[in-house]
Design a protein around this ligand. Structure first.
Ligand code: 4AD
Ligand code: MG
Length: 435
């Protein structure tokens, strides 16, 4: 069915001037002036202007082009022309138009201002917009490049269950699920199972959904998000920071070269991404708190940094930076206390600059059996629920570390979005599970 159709991206990449081509896609936009219809075609690889002149086609074709509705699916035959005035530098002089499906009149997304709730209700149609196309393509490229980095560096992809029985990140954000006659939960993180799998596979990663029953409405929380996680045996805090730096700088470099048009459209200067080179600055939690105090914040040592504090710190940076050694009181039970100062942990969060804040969380895990049992109890958890996880400290425990990166948080920063909902096609938020 497809052999004779060309992709728009192929035409826009040049070299086909004067060639007769066939393309197909959706009528993204249309205008007419004088004896010319401008049919803007979108095919999933790109958008191209196609012009139909009254004196070049028969009358029925010209009438059809006048009547064809926005978002109709169409096929066009014509000749490629170089034209500086056309949006991608090329256009197609149309000789034949075929309508595959005439869309109903009144495509809901019109060329006028629509409020965010309207666009969220019509997300199934709004993802056709240029903005969403750009973001979704950057997102896909981001994951493609990340997977490539993992391959180049000897990591194996590993999958854990989504339905689980014990919290990784505390009970407050667990989503309960009726599991026949008992209760289960949706996973918050792949990590605990990853700690089991490093003794089987060595260095591993995943890209998978995580769930958080976040009761707050914020610009950076989804209830379902994609989580890129890494776990590494024989690894400490410094090594895990190196992995984060190298992975992120590799991905940013790849995006700067392979998604430059999309990024430019979104208002992101690729120079900002080329600056994301190791080493990233490192701040301890104590230093971060000191800065907050100097800047007049009333912040109590021991609390987790929140959105407001992170934003304040992250406005001081123009590339990502680490915050390390969070207090035990601010972190989950599995974080390893610093042997030199047990009230803080060997933990690290990576902050995106320009006010964005946390994009990864991770660090060293407790590898000693008694220390883990103590921490589970101190955190008010039931050791029975973690029996298999505790077992890992009985049979060949090793120092190990890892981290989890929020894909939408990272895409929000890279694409300069002002709300995380636009970093994913169909966002799940406290008040939204449709469409
Ligand atoms: O900091 P978090 O809670 O850490 C973990 O889940 C670890 N178990 C990860 C690990 O070490 N393997 O979550 C990790 C990241 C955060 O830094 C943030 O980017 C993202 O996941 N995240 C969210 N993204 C969108 N919406 C939410 N509600 C999120 N909660 C966390
Ligand atoms: Mg965190």
């Amino acid at each position: 069915m497809s052999e004779s159709f060309l992709e728009v991206s192929r035409i826009l990449s040049g070299g086909l001037e004067g060639e007769k081509v066939k393309v197909r896609g959706w009528l993204h936009n249309k205008r007419s002036s004088g004896g010319i219809h401008f049919l803007i075609l979108r095919d999933g690889t790109g958008i191209i202007q196609c012009t139909m002149k009254r004196d070049k086609v028969d009358r029925r074709q010209f009438e059809l082009a006048k009547d064809v509705t926005l978002e109709s699916s169409i096929e066009l035959t014509g000749t490629v022309r170089r034209d500086e005035r056309a949006p991608g530098g090329y256009e197609i002089a149309v000789e034949e138009l075929k309508v595959v499906h005439m869309a109903e009149e009144g495509f809901p997304i019109a060329k006028k201002y629509h409020g965010p709730e309207f666009l969220l209700d019509h997300r199934h149609l709004w993802i056709r917009s240029r903005k969403m196309q750009n973001i979704l393509r950057v997102r896909a490229k981001f994951l493609e490049a990340a997977r490539e980095w993992f391959k180049l560096n000897g990591y194996t992809e590993f999958h854990s269950p989504i339905l689980i029985t014990a919290a990784c990140e505390g009970g407050a954000t667990l989503f309960p699920v009726k599991y026949f006659d008992r209760e289960a939960y949706l996973t918050q993180s792949w990590q605990l199972y990853a700690e089991a799998a490093i003794a089987s596979l060595g260095k591993i990663y995943t890209v998978a959904p995580s769930f958080r029953a976040e009761k707050s409405r914020t610009r950076r929380h989804l209830t379902e998000y994609w989580h890129l996680e890494v776990e590494i045996p024989w690894c400490g805090l410094n090594e895990v920071m190196k992995v984060e730096e190298e992975l992120l700088s590799y991905v940013c470099r790849r995006l700067a070269s392979e998604a430059s048009r999309e990024l430019r459209d979104l208002g992101r200067d690729v120079k900002d991404l080329l600056r994301v080179e190791p080493p990233f600055e490192r701040l301890t939690y104590d230093e971060a708190v000191e800065i907050l105090h100097e800047d007049g914040f009333d912040f109590e040592w021991g609390k987790d940094l929140g959105r407001v504090e992170e934003r304040h710190l992250a406005l001081k940076f123009d590339k990502p930076f680490f915050i390390t050694h969070y207090p035990r009181s601010a972190k989950a039970f599995y974080h390893k206390p610093d042997p030199n100062r047990p009230e803080v942990t060997l933990s690290v969060d990576l902050m995106a600059p320009e006010g964005y804040g946390e994009i990864t969380g991770g660090g060293e895990r407790i590898d000693d059996l008694d220390e883990l049992l103590k921490s589970i109890k101190e955190n008010g958890l039931n050791p029975e629920d973690y029996k298999w996880y505790i077992d890992l400290r009985r049979y060949g425990s090793v120092p190990h570390a890892g981290f989890g990166l929020g894909v939408e948080r990272t895409i929000s920063w890279i694409c300069r979005l002002d709300h995380i909902r636009d970093a994913i096609a169909f966002p799940r938020l406290i008040n939204r599970v449709y469409p």
